[in-house]
Design a protein around this ligand. Sequence first.
Ligand SMILES: [Zn+2]
Length: 103
Amino acid sequence: MANRHERRKNIKLGRAEIVRIDDFINMPSMCAWEGCHCTTSNADNEGWSKMVLYTGKTRTNFLNIDPRRIARDCVLCPEHARYLDEHLLKDIGRPLRHLEGTA
Ligand SMILES: [Zn+2]
């Protein structure tokens, strides 16, 4: 079964594929970083980060984001989430927060 990255690529190329929601949720995820081939079967428990890039009105609940406004919806492996924060985003005076176990 294709991972999310491959599925998005298929969509861009106009290749249609019907997948059950349960299967989609359980599909492995690939880091969105160009050139990175890291994948995970559980992006929720392995330190992976999720990134939603959207325009329009600011929403505090991502479920309220208009899907037509979402430019990217992806995951980053721990290494590239850290690299993004440390090298590409403005310094906020601290590293990424470690959020595991705070829920
Ligand atoms: Zn990566």
